[in-house]
Design a protein around this ligand. Structure first.
Ligand code: PGA
Length: 254
């Protein structure tokens, strides 16, 4: 059975002091999230601090990006063996900010996805349409193409137990959230795309929603059948809000 996951994407935020405070509150409150995989994704320079602070707790740590190369002359990049060395278990890949601001292509995202699988780090593939694409009724084909680029690279069986995050670009950091019905429609389409290739794999992939998920709207989104958790940006920086979302995800399991 697939996991229910709530992941906090801290983006380029944090200080050692603020991280210590936030993580100590999360560690103290994570019991509300029984059965949920709770994950924080701090900036790379704080991964070491984060893995130390959550050691022996239920909280896992992920990176926000990684190189597909194992080592060498790639100034400014971070390698998968480094993430392994720190005890990171997940990595976000293809976030829309990476795709749009740093011009990451589907092919690069697929290479990173394949490399993460080889390194036993769980890739979280982020996909989603822009407002323009939604208004042109292109949401489902755009998302399907982003997912297909990865499946074509790694094969359907390698997708088992990986994570996909549907994040409509127009909902990220804007305060606009997809309605539960809009999100469920896309999640179901992704599941159907996987199912056409392998029903067991389709059932094992957690599909998270991201885009202005917050303490107020999480429960409703998470009550949808194919929304297996959340990828949370802004609200993941406030312990109380993030824990409320984790609690809403736990309620889904009851
Ligand atoms: P947001 O970000 O929750 O601040 O909209 C989500 C994300 O970009 O992962």
């Amino acid at each position: 059975m697939r996991k229910t996951i709530v992941a906090g994407n801290w983006k380029m935020n944090g200080t050692r002091e603020a991280n210590r405070e936030l993580l100590s509150q999360l560690v103290a409150g994570v019991d509300v999230a029984q059965g949920v995989e709770v994950l924080v994704c701090p900036p790379a320079v704080y991964l070491d601090q984060a893995t130390s602070l959550v050691k022996d707790t239920a909280i896992k740590v992920g990176a926000q990006n990684v190189s597909d190369q194992p080592k060498g002359a790639f100034t400014g990049e971070i390698a998968l063996p480094m993430l392994q060395d720190l005890g990171c278990e997940y990595v976000l890949l293809g976030h829309s900010e990476r795709r749009t601001l740093f011009a990451e292509s589907d092919a690069q995202v697929a290479d990173k996805f394949a490399a993460a699988l080889d390194a036993d780090i769980v890739p979280v593939l982020c996909v989603g349409e822009t407002l323009e694409q939604r208004e042109a009724s292109q949401t489902l084909p755009v998302v399907a193409a982003q997912v297909a680029a990865v499946i074509d690279r790694v094969g359907i069986s390698a997708m088992a137990q990986t994570v996909i995050a549907y994040e409509p670009v127009w909902a990220i950091g804007t305060g606009l959230t997809a309605t539960p019905q809009q999100a469920q429609e896309v999640h179901a389409a992704i599941r159907a795309q996987l199912k056409k290739l392998d029903a067991d794999v389709a059932d094992s992939v957690s599909i998270l929603y991201g885009g202005s998920m917050n303490a107020g709207n999480a429960a409703e989104l998470l009550s949808e059948q194919d929304i297996d958790g959340g990828l949370v940006g802004g609200a993941s920086l406030k312990a109380e809000d993030f824990l409320t979302i984790c609690g809403a995800a736990a309620a889904r399991l009851k």
